[in-house]
Write a protein that binds this ligand. Structure first.
Ligand code: GCV
Length: 684
């Protein structure tokens, strides 16, 4: 008895010592993303072949992976169930010891296998399954803002994967397609919305064909952004008027040429009459005229037009109101294959905005949310900012257009009212960097976008946990603190950059650092921070109430009244909708000035906490990724202090009030901060 006890004790001591022993973890460069290494496969496999090869990676002895038409499946799944499977829907069912994956198409079967792979890579593969899944949105797309010269607009992860010279990168494109398919992304727009007409010349179209051939086996379609003046620039026509027969003919011929090369081409994404780009309004036509002309050319091939609502001009009308004012009257005029692509907020991908009032308001035209995955306004690839909470916040926002529960998700995914198409887009954060996204944690934003496009009710917390377990470790001592860091991170950025509804305090052009004082002679007023913060001796914030620009009236009741009333407006959006005195009393009973100061300070504290959490998980992270993230967290903390000092010192020139207790004294003077000229090469 004593002997047994002794040997058990020895074992326990040994186990305990082992748990303390930190074995060096294999170095990781981030190139595998969240996935296990890909199986060895020949290059000409069908989608179903790929699904079966991927399945073979899993520790599942007996598996049957097929499409609903395969009669063998009927032994395990009823005919009725198989028949009812949608094009992208799958069933995973364990029958005796057999794991059956049945897809409504080959692509759906692949999604079913990736569902299992996610569980496997997360360490949660179950012994038995009985699940059925289909995506929330029909089109789940990445938008690459990649230019034909290989640069990437707002890209912080190296040069373009598509347009770097005429290089074709088959292995990279397959890895890209695999990663996208693993989360259900089924399409990609290969070039910048600020589109060069040259993307439609024969040289570039041939490259698009080759890319399409490489992505197709993973269920991904390609799309292109087009320049509305292409008939002039490429076709030599004197006009791009959408009602001119020659223009219509040119587009029809071009579309025909594209489909000859790429029979499953997805369609066009269009930025028109926006930020200086050409469009139908140049000819006295409407956005509907322009979109419909392209839609008619694409319709015979089932192509779609995604027409962006990101339009604004330096007029008397509040910028935040312009997309709604422009597009709402056009509702019901668009063809069935036109989708209006709307940024999540009414201004421009700010760290926090209310949802765009176009969601739910247009009922006869499909409206698709556009999120930014690349962190143009959230610290580029230097800051850890997990964006799923931002996407979730928008998708879960109640528009109230059909009473409570009419969330942005439901009015765009077809569940609130029927739509001819449903779609969602994310502006990609991908480049040639080894780890794809610049910051290892930025991969989580690509992953999260895909997961929410597949299931728009998932929680950002669930997604963070999934991603962490696949990417870093299964050990809760690592996962729990890192999940906390991720969930904290977006709010941290809001706090140290522009809390309480402030927005667009960025330095001109690059949008990295603070420049709330920003001024350039002759500059469009709507490109200057003062247009948005409106700070003066009386107070701070944009008055968008009924007494101000009346942007609140673009929202349905009861939101309109809630946003209109400073006492009921959520404090996170207070200065978006209200210009309030510095001594306005907040819910905390502090004055607005004190609250603002303490919120900036909280942002700095959170940035410090992020760095601390990262140190605490050192034993669970390989040295390579640890050092990479550690260095960036140092930059993030430095930037948080910079933002806090710059904004508070500048706003203090109006409030003339002291910083409350608890706010760290500024590191720099306002004059020093104003002299900072960012070396963008360093930050890009
Ligand atoms: C692609 C903002 C960005 C631009 C971007 C534009 C858009 O203005 O700063 O870089 O252009 O949005 O979404 O079209």
């Amino acid at each position: 008895m004593i002997l047994i006890y002794r040997s058990m004790k020895k074992k326990c001591v040994l186990l305990f010592l082992c748990s303390l022993l930190v074995l060096p973890l294999a170095a990781e460069d981030g190139s595998r993303l969240w996935l296990p290494a890909a199986p060895e496969m020949s290059e000409d496999l069908s989608t179903l072949d790929i699904a079966r090869c991927e399945m073979a990676l899993l520790p599942v002895k007996n598996a049957l992976v097929s499409t609903s038409g395969d009669r063998r499946l009927r032994r395990y799944i009823s005919k009725a169930e198989l028949r009812s499977l949608g094009e992208e829907e799958f069933i995973v069912r364990t029958v005796d010891s057999l794991c059956v994956v049945a897809g409504g198409s080959e692509r759906a079967a692949l999604y079913g296998v990736y569902r299992l792979m996610r569980d496997y890579a997360s360490g949660c593969l179950a012994a038995s399954y009985d699940i059925r899944e289909k995506p929330s949105y029909e089109l789940r797309l990445l938008n690459h803002w990649d230019n034909l010269d290989g640069s990437v607009e707002r890209g912080y992860a190296g040069r373009s994967i598509w347009w770097e010279g005429d290089t074709l990168r088959p292995a990279l494109y397959r890895a890209y397609a695999r990663a996208n398919a693993s989360v259900g992304i089924n399409g990609t727009v290969l070039n910048n919305v600020n589109a060069s007409p040259r993307v439609l010349d024969s040289l570039h179209l041939d490259k698009v064909r080759q890319i399409a051939d490489l992505l197709r086996p993973y269920g991904m379609k390609v799309y292109l952004s087009i320049n509305f003046s292409s008939p002039m620039a490429l076709g030599g026509l004197p006009t791009a008027d959408p009602l001119d027969a020659r223009v219509v003919g040119w587009w029809c011929d071009k579309v025909k040429e594209i489909y000859r090369l790429i029979p499953d081409f997805g369609g066009f994404l269009v930025k028109a009459n926006s930020e200086g780009l050409p469009g139908p309004q140049d000819y006295g036509r409407t956005h509907a005229d322009g979109a419909n002309m392209l839609a008619d050319a694409l319709a015979p091939y089932d192509g779609v037009v995604m027409w962006r609502a990101f339009v604004y001009n330096p007029t008397e009308t509040d910028r935040a109101k312009q997309a709604y004012t422009e597009f709402l009257p056009l509702d019901s005029l668009f063809r069935d294959n036109v989708i209006i692509q709307v940024k999540n907020g009414p201004v421009d991908f700010q760290p926090r905005e209310p949802f765009s009032p176009l969601f739910g308001a247009m009922r006869h035209t499909p409206v698709m949310p556009e999120f930014q995955i690349t962190q143009e306004y959230l610290g580029f690839s230097n800051h850890l900012a997990y964006l799923a909470p931002l996407y979730e916040e928008c998708l879960d926002s109640d528009t109230y257009v059909d009473g409570p529960g009419s969330t942005v998700a439901r009015v765009t995914d077809g569940s609130a009212f029927p739509l001819s198409h449903t779609a969602i887009a994310g502006v990609a954060n991908i480049g040639l960097d080894t780890n794809w996204c610049g910051h290892h944690f930025a991969q989580a934003n690509w992953y999260a976008f895909g997961r929410l496009a597949w299931c728009d009710t998932l929680s950002s917390e669930t997604i963070a946990r999934e991603w962490l377990r696949q990417t870093f470790s299964h050990d809760d001592r690592c996962v729990v603190p890192l999940k906390r860091a991720m969930m904290l991170s977006r709010e941290a950025v809001v706090d140290y950059m522009m809390p309480l509804g402030l927005h667009h305090l960025f330095a001109f052009g690059h949008h990295y650092g603070p420049e709330p004082w920003g001024y350039r002679k002759g500059m469009r007023p709507d490109w200057l921070p003062s247009y948005y913060h409106r700070a003066d001796s009386a107070g701070i914030g944009s008055d968008r109430t009924q007494a101000g620009s009346d942007a609140v009236s673009q929202y349905a009741e009861p939101l309109r009244s809630i946003y209109n009333d400073a006492g009921r407006c959520p404090e996170t959006l207070l200065l978006w909708f209200h210009h309030l005195p510095w001594n306005h009393v907040m819910a905390s009973q502090r004055t607005l000035w004190d609250e603002l100061c303490l919120t900036y300070q909280r942002g700095v504290d959170s940035a410090r906490e992020l760095a601390g959490i990262w140190q605490s998980v050192a034993p669970y992270i390989d040295a390579e990724r640890f050092a990479h993230v550690e260095a960036r967290l140092r930059v993030q903390l430095h930037d948080a202090v910079w933002w806090k000092d710059a904004c508070l010192l500048y706003f203090q020139t109006f409030s003339c009030l002291p910083f409350p207790a608890g706010v760290e004294p500024p590191v720099y003077t306002l004059d020093e901060l104003k002299r900072i000229k960012l070396d963008m090469k360093h930050h890009n």
